[in-house]
Design a protein around this ligand. Structure first.
Ligand code: 5AD
Ligand code: SF4
Length: 508
């Protein structure tokens, strides 16, 4: 059966290719991104779609077919992959972990730094081999890179074996995009640059059964000068509190033990509500009452981190004492050029307030070194701030120019070698502090949420503490009795990036 017969048998009206004016059709399936449009922040209302449903006509599209999704980048992308997997499965597709078996391969991409993008282009080149073996395989690019004009142009020119490109705002259109790709001879490009919709009830195939991601908001309006995210993820849109609370309740009822609330700038949660004075602190205060052991959130922005939130987090319970608080730089000049809209002093005062309210807090951060024209002194201010705060851990990056952002136009007098050198020096300080933080835990009993056994040994189980530290521990108890449970573990040794311990008991 060919594709048209196949779709016809599933009641999809397939356009007859030979009768069709193809150029017209191609126009329909070609909506390219524009960074200029993506930058606009209009006053138009955010549309809520409460009940997403898949058109019946698509429902059997995937029967007898398999999909494979490779995810790059942040947890938001991981969660989008869960949604796309949910849609695929609702269409009758089956998941596979072997690319060569897949009928549809999607790369869910990340645009945050150049090396993330290079990995994707490398993989796309590699996929050509599979496409040659199986010309019916559909290859798709989605996620943040798809939102960039330059990327889409490059794919159109150099990667013609790609069948579909779609963006972060229209993953709910996956059934339509797949249908178009099956029927079209040309690459299907459907990227919306400006979209304010929040769509509820999307199907999800969650990757785990212990920890779950829950979106609380989408997009970012901060426009830090180095960052591509406000362009690729659009304007800030918050989900309604009742939808979030309901989702967390359902996950608790299903037996999930930990929730990670997601947003690019979660401290802006609720700012976009016209009818409601309700912010992240209010949300956390309500989630606190749900019977689920752990709730965390990422990522915070120091500017919007308010006192009410600190007050609520200090109540503890299922709200864990770990805050990821990206500082990016310790120099006021650089913070200004980055448009972070806070000063070093503001950041330090915030940290003091947090530490006073939560004496056991674990603070982690993100730092960029080698910003255009960053001087040695400015870099040293970052090292100094790091020491002053005493972060437990940090993700550190060399600045990577992103086309279309203001920083990409800045003249830069810092050599690559110097940037690498600064990263290395910063990482030494990071290692010193994270080593000391782990060492402090030797001899202590910590609560671990057990996620599985170690790859090499069945009698070594692994999990994370409330502060998100990895703990490996030996036990005679069978893994199936402990996986998914909270247990107490006595720490016997601090390793470089993890802790080694021994099982004490199950937490009741
Ligand atoms: N170059 C380097 N690092 C970046 N980040 C964001 N944009 C860039 C860029 N252009 C880092 C920031 C952010 C983290 C997710 O990635 O530190 O907090
Ligand atoms: Fe990017 Fe975060 Fe700044 Fe938003 S707040 S622009 S996501 S670094």
């Amino acid at each position: 059966m060919n594709e048209e017969q196949r779709l016809a048998s599933q009641q999809i009206t397939a356009p007859k290719k030979e009768e069709k004016d193809y150029s017209q059709y191609f126009e329909k399936v070609f909506t390219a991104p524009s960074l200029k449009d993506a930058k606009k922040r209009g006053k138009e209302d955010i549309k809520y779609h409460k009940d997403f449903t898949i058109d019946e006509a698509f429902l059997n599209m995937g029967v007898g077919r398999k999909f494979y999704i490779r995810t790059y980048g942040c947890q938001m992308n991981e969660h989008d992959t869960e949604v796309m997997a949910g849609i695929f499965m609702a269409l009758g597709y089956e998941a596979t972990s072997a690319i060569e078996e897949a009928d549809v391969v999607l790369l869910n991409t990340c645009a945050i730094r150049e090396n993330a993008e290079n990995k994707v282009f490398g993989e796309l080149g590699f996929l050509l081999k599979y496409k040659r073996k199986n010309p019916d395989m559909l290859i798709g690019v989605c996620g943040c890179m798809s939102q960039e004009e330059a990327v889409v142009n490059k794919i159109l020119k150099q990667y013609q074996h790609v069948d579909m490109v779609f963006g972060t705002h229209n993953i709910h259109r996956l059934p339509n995009i797949l249908k178009d790709a099956y029927l079209s001879k040309e690459m299907v490009v459907e990227v919306w640059s400006k979209e304010g919709d929040v769509i509820e009830s999307l199907p999800k195939k969650r990757l785990g059964s212990i920890k779950a991601w829950v979106n609380i908001m989408y997009g970012c309006d901060k426009f830090c000068t180095y960052c591509i995210v406000p362009y690729t993820r659009g304007k800030e849109r918050s989900r309604r509190p009742e939808e979030i609370i309901q989702e967390v309740r359902e996950l608790a009822a299903q037996g999930y033990k930990e929730i990670m609330l997601l947003g690019q700038n979660v401290n802006a949660y609720g700012k976009d509500f016209d009818d409601l004075e309700y912010r992240l602190g209010d949300l956390m205060d309500e989630l606190r009452t749900i019977d689920i052991p752990r709730i965390r959130f990422t990522t915070s922005h120091p500017r919007d981190f308010d006192d009410h939130l600190i007050e609520v987090l200090a109540k503890g319970g299922n709200l864990v004492e770990h805050i990821h608080l990206p500082v990016q730089s310790g120099s006021n000049d650089i913070l200004k050029i980055m448009a972070r809209k806070y000063t070093r002093e503001h950041f330090l005062t915030l940290v003091d307030k947090i530490k006073a309210a939560m004496p056991n807090v674990t603070l982690t951060t993100d730092i960029i070194v080698g910003y255009p024209n960053e001087t040695e002194e400015q870099f040293e201010e970052t090292l100094d701030l790091y020491r002053q705060v005493g972060f437990d851990m940090a993700f550190t990056y060399i600045y990577s120019p992103r086309e279309g952002t203001p920083a990409a136009k800045m003249v830069d007098n810092v050599s690559d070698e110097e940037k690498k050198n600064r990263l290395h020096r910063l990482n030494e300080v990071v290692a010193e502090f994270s080593g000391a933080a782990l060492k402090k835990l030797e001899g202590q009993v910590v609560e671990v949420l057990v996620e599985g056994s170690s790859k090499r040994r069945d009698d070594v189980l692994a999990g994370y503490t409330r502060s998100n530290r990895l703990v490996n521990f030996e036990t005679d108890v069978a893994p199936e009795e402990l996986v998914g449970k909270l247990v107490n573990v006595r720490i016997v040794e601090a390793k470089t990036h993890s802790l080694l311990g021994e099982f004490v008991n199950v937490v009741n």
